[in-house]
Design a protein around this ligand. Sequence first.
Ligand code: FES
Ligand code: FES
Length: 159
Amino acid sequence: MTVNGQPAEGLVEPRTLLIHFLRETLNLTGPHIGCETSHCGACTVDLNGQSVKSCTMFAVQAEGAQVLTIEGIANPDGTLHALQEGFREMHGLQCGFCTPGMIVRAYRLLQDNPNPTEDEIRMGISGNICRCTGYQNIVSAIQHAAAALRGGAMQEAAQ
Ligand code: FES
Ligand code: FES
């Protein structure tokens, strides 16, 4: 598979979950394990253009896939992605346990809908549980990022 733009391979047992392959074989510990039962979303990664709970599929099912984790979200020049900036600026996290999954999920949400309403954001992250924030600042962080990304896109179009 390709993970964060780099080729990645490994030999796994058929029962190995994708989250375990990412964390234990590739040492990508950004995706977290909260429940291992597809409920919390802490393990969310982007796989072939869709948000996936990586505890919900086997590593072998991702053979040949394009995978994006929180480790690959930053801009190519190393600066923070607008979502990372948004979470920092709007205090979209407390303990941070849910944050890698939230940001990767929000990344796909904004790819699919660059200008979501608050309701659409809340629906969009409804598969990701946060035990700390009450969600309001996460919604604000995603709105902040969406506005920044739209602004950047408008600037590029104008040039
Ligand atoms: S660890 Fe995958 S959804 Fe909770
Ligand atoms: S910031 Fe603690 S679980 Fe979300």
